[in-house]
Design a protein around this ligand. Structure first.
Ligand code: ZN
Length: 170
């Protein structure tokens, strides 16, 4: 297994749109296998292929609590609803986090690692992770969602306003 390095901001690959995967083949599966370790090692909840320098529409979601990592190929958000503030970070922007607005729930469609169609209705942390990773596939970083009154905060900084309890890094 290759050890993949997580690409960090401002690497231009993070700003490019990933291409759809035509066929989930051996190469895809090998890439997916190689993406699982870095997200786990970094205590992240997800990783997009752009973040390991590969411009293909593949994401891995690793929810906390010992749940097996899930792979989504060509995932897209077909519906989103509601708005909520979340504390978010990114494995490609280490050392920072910010409160941004995400959807309350999303509906997604995509393939799993065996080319089967998967539709998800997700809320909470899973919805946040899916939005974050699918953004990556479109060259969007979470900081892009900051509004003028919101700011990027360096880890370890005391924040006065009341903020969501835990930062989700993906
Ligand atoms: Zn990220």
């Amino acid at each position: 297994m290759a050890v993949l390095q997580i690409v960090e901001f401002p690497d231009p690959v993070l700003r490019r749109r990933a291409r759809p995967v035509r066929r989930v083949d051996r190469r895809t599966q090998r890439l997916v296998d190689d993406m699982v370790d870095p997200v786990r090692d970094a205590n992240g909840i997800g990783l997009a292929a752009n973040q390991v320098g590969v411009l293909r529409r593949i994401i891995v979601i690793q929810m906390p609590g010992g749940i097996e990592p899930r792979v989504y190929v060509n995932p897209r958000i077909v519906h989103r609803q509601g708005r909520r503030d979340v504390l978010e970070g990114c494995l490609s922007v280490p050392g920072y986090s910010a409160i941004i607005t995400r959807s309350v729930w999303v509906r997604t469609s995509g393939l799993d690692g065996n080319s089967r169609l998967v539709r998800l209705h997700a809320d909470g942390l899973l919805a946040q992770a899916l939005e974050h990773e699918i953004d990556h596939l479109n060259g969007i970083l979470y900081m892009d969602h900051l509004k003028s009154h919101q700011e990027l905060v360096r880890d370890g900084t005391e924040v006065e306003e009341e903020s969501p309890a835990e930062v989700a890094v993906a």
